[in-house]
Design a protein around this ligand. Structure first.
Ligand code: NOJ
Length: 768
């Protein structure tokens, strides 16, 4: 909302300040006064070509099948402001030497890359870290990632991905924090802080918050597909984590690939200028997604390269990632009078300011002698194991099937992911993707169990055939992952026989199943959520032996595990737990770590349940109305496991929910208090969750909305009283009728508990 709209608020609305309207005046300064002053001075020295150079991010790697230019000559001419896809530190320094020593104004390059969940020490994938419901997990992991990246010569991080994802078919759900704007905002803020610290500085890096905006709402969960999201849904849901990241001081944003309401996000003036800069007061720079400026032509939005350059820049994209559309066309667009040079100046300044505040002018080079030591710090690995343990979600644990006894002597470990080093870390691993690879020594679940039980235990593996990704995408081209032909009926029978023999010979079976890392991420959407390959047949064979079995899931999205949820007594969602992932899984399986993670997504029963999210509106026949218990006749419309859900080896009781001001004015804030008790004999973590619902008003409001959470450790028998504020920040919403943020006089339900189905209830009345 802009300040002018704010001042025109009608009676039920709050004043601009009280309603939380965003005022550019209140914005903290992103850049230091020194950086601003130096950037202004430098700008005065620059030719138009050099300015346009700063707006160009060139590919540092000539990729198979992609038209990219080797950047050396362009750098020497001052034509490259940034480079991406180059992780070789010697090459980074070589390119930087050209920029600093050979270009006329000696402006250093800023090197960008997708350091999504760690560099060599690979932390759990973002969806896993969000499952910790502990923002400090993200902050700690990304702080290490930031230090590692900086030591290795990278300063611009293409992360965090804060896209809300309500559809598990969308492959990129793995890269974000799931379906909820409140949880997503908390994780977004934590990541900005982890990478950048309190301010841009010479020890940290700058984030690039992506993909602005609405990318996760692609139709049918198909990657890159069109997005239609009305303004109220954008404001109330999709933009929330982006705004949180911006308010936390994020230095750059990445514009998304797809059409947003028929205007490509990377050429969308409303999004990139009206919302981001004018309403929110963003001071940093916008980088397009890779080739997205050039692909404004592909969208049939721009006529040609010059039109694409014009439309991208004038919409608000400062820097063109990889397409060279600005490099080839902007000068002409200025000469043709389509773009005024002062506008170019305005777009160049935040890039220079970022470089000054990151200390790149003083320290442009990575110290090659220190890189290996920096990337191999043991404390990073210890932290990784601990954070992975905090990120796992125990979905089922009938009759205390878990934790397992360390006295077990014969364990069969079954499944294609059980000993797969290339999958346990998940996708987007810096060294695995484009770099040399092989330096992180990931611990698989098989290795973790062996480490835990020691040499006296007999731990046998039946991995089975590696599932095939039928339609290989871009990542397959890059990683070299080859689609494998599906096994023949004879081969399947052979594997099933091996599974049965191993299970019969063991005291316990641990099945490790899910998706290959390459089945998630970009260009990795799926129409089905089944366990790929013959994994479910293998699981059925184990269960048929009658041997005790637990299922460990590795993956980046919830899968269709209806069969397992009925037949396997214990299921642990480990996601992709990272470099020490196998040890972390064993910590949880054998009770050294008590699981406390909770789902950041509603777990669908099957792909046909998607999109599925808990914070939907109530509509004409609510799901709980008599006779209308389901929106489908062939399947329950409720999730298999609800948002916020996750078990523990402890049990908890929530009681004494109190709202300190049960009736209050729209501009007021009340406190919600609740007691949480560990009712078991095991120390463990509870995640207290607060949900609200507005019963009437000038728009239909979601049945529930998360508005507070806290993960706490409780000793056996211990009680803690937690307090959460409920005020304008929590009660406000973007009103589709008035196009304003409002807090309305109304009645509210307040719930506290362990997940989004919590029943402990209190009332809150908000008056005018
Ligand atoms: C395309 C992806 O959409 C984006 O997330 C990534 O940061 C860029 N490529 C750069 O690798």
């Amino acid at each position: 909302m802009n300040p002018i709209k704010c001042s025109a608020i009608i009676a039920v609305l709050l004043t601009a300040a009280a309603a939380g309207c965003i005022s550019a005046n209140a914005q903290a300064q992103l850049f230091s006064p020194e950086a601003k002053q130096k950037a202004q001075a430098l700008l005065k020295e620059m030719t138009l070509e050099e300015k346009i150079g700063q707006l160009n991010e060139s590919s540092g790697l000539v990729m198979p099948g992609l038209a990219t230019e080797k950047p050396d000559d362009l750098i020497a001419k001052g034509g490259v402001g940034s480079i991406l896809w180059q992780m070789n530190v010697q090459e980074i320094n070589r390119l930087q030497h050209i920029a600093v020593e050979k270009s006329r104004l000696h402006i250093p390059i800023i090197f960008g890359f997708d350091v999504i969940h760690g560099y060599r020490t690979v932390f759990p994938v973002p969806l896993a870290m969000a499952s910790s419901w502990d923002p400090s997990v993200e902050e700690q992991a990304q702080h290490i990632a930031s230090q590692d990246a900086r030591a290795a010569g990278l300063q611009l991080m293409f992360t965090p991905m804060v896209d809300i994802a309500r559809d598990a078919r969308w492959g990129r759900i793995v890269e974000g924090a799931g379906e909820d704007p409140y949880l997503g905002a908390a994780m977004a803020r934590a990541q900005v802080k982890g990478f950048q610290g309190e301010h841009l500085n010479s020890d940290g890096t700058v984030v690039c918050v992506k993909h602005f905006a609405g990318y996760g709402a692609s139709e049918g969960g198909r990657d890159y597909d069109s997005v239609y999201v009305p303004e109220e849904l954008l404001e109330n849901v999709y933009l929330v984590p982006f705004h949180a990241a911006e308010q936390a001081g994020a230095g750059s944003f990445m514009s998304a690939y797809m059409d947003l309401n028929e205007i490509p996000a990377s050429g969308n003036h409303w999004l990139l200028t009206d919302v981001l800069r004018k309403d929110w007061g963003f001071q940093g720079f916008v980088l397009s997604d890779a080739f997205a400026v050039g692909s404004l032509v592909t969208h049939h939005y721009a006529k040609d390269g010059e039109d694409a350059a014009y439309k991208g820049l004038s919409a608000g994209v400062n820097m063109d990632m990889a397409s060279l559309t600005y490099a080839h066309n902007l000068a002409q667009a200025v000469k043709d009078g389509k773009i005024a040079e002062p506008y170019i100046d305005q777009m160049v300044l935040p890039i220079l300011e970022t470089k000054y505040d990151l200390g790149l002018f003083e320290h442009p080079y990575a110290d090659e002698s220190k890189v290996e030591a920096a990337l191999s710090r043991p404390e990073g690995l210890e932290l990784e194991r601990r954070l992975a343990g905090r990120s796992m979600v125990l979905l089922k644990n009938d009759n205390h099937a878990l934790p397992l006894q360390k006295s077990l002597r014969k364990v069969a470990v079954i499944g294609p992911l059980a000993d797969s080093k290339r999958d346990v870390e998940g996708g987007w691993t810096v060294e695995g993707l484009f770099g040399p690879g092989g330096k992180s020594h990931p611990i698989t679940v098989l290795a973790g169990i062996k480490n835990k039980l020691g040499p006296d235990a007999q731990v046998t593996l039946v991995d089975g055939p590696r599932p095939s990704k039928v339609y290989p995408g871009m990542l397959d081209t890059i990683t070299g992952e080859k689609p494998t032909p599906p096994p023949t009926p004879e081969e399947i029978a052979d594997w099933i026989a091996k599974v049965k023999t191993a299970a019969n010979d063991a005291d316990m079976v641990v099945a490790v199943m899910g998706e290959l890392a390459s089945m998630n991420g970009e260009a990795a959407s799926r129409a089905s959520l089944d366990l790929p390959g013959i994994q479910e047949q293998m699981l059925e064979a184990v269960v048929a032996t009658g041997k005790p079995v637990v299922l460990v899931l590795e993956g980046g999205r919830p899968l269709d595990i209806r069969w397992a949820s009925e037949h396997v007594p214990a299921i642990l969602e480990a996601w992709y737990p990272g470099t020490k992932g196998g040890d972390a899984v064993a910590d949880v399986l054998f009770g050294d770590v008590n699981p406390g993670g909770k789902l950041p997504v509603s777990w669908p029963r099957t792909a046909g349940s998607e999109p599925l999210y808990y914070n939907h509106t109530r509509t004409h026949e609510p799901e709980d109305a008599p006779g209308f218990t389901s929106r489908y006749w062939d399947i329950s419309s409720k999730p298999l496991y609800p948002f916020g859900y996750g078990l523990s080896y402890s049990t908890f009781k929530f009681a004494n929910l109190q709202v300190s001001k049960p009736s209050m004015h729209v501009a007021d804030t009340t406190e919600v208090k609740v007691n949480v008790t560990n009712t078991s004999s095991v120390a463990g973590d509870a995640v207290a969750q607060i949900y609200i619902h507005q019963r009437y008003g000038s728009a239909s409001r979601p049945v529930r909305q998360l508005k507070g959470f806290e993960r706490i450790a409780l000793q056996p028998g211990e009680t803690k009283t937690l307090t959460f504020p409920l005020g304008k920040e929590e009660l406000k919403y973007w009103n589709p009728q008035t196009k304003q943020w409002v807090v309305e006089p109304s009645e509210f339900d307040v719930w506290a508990g362990e997940d989004s189905t919590a029943s402990l209830h209190a009332d809150l009345i908000v008056t005018q």
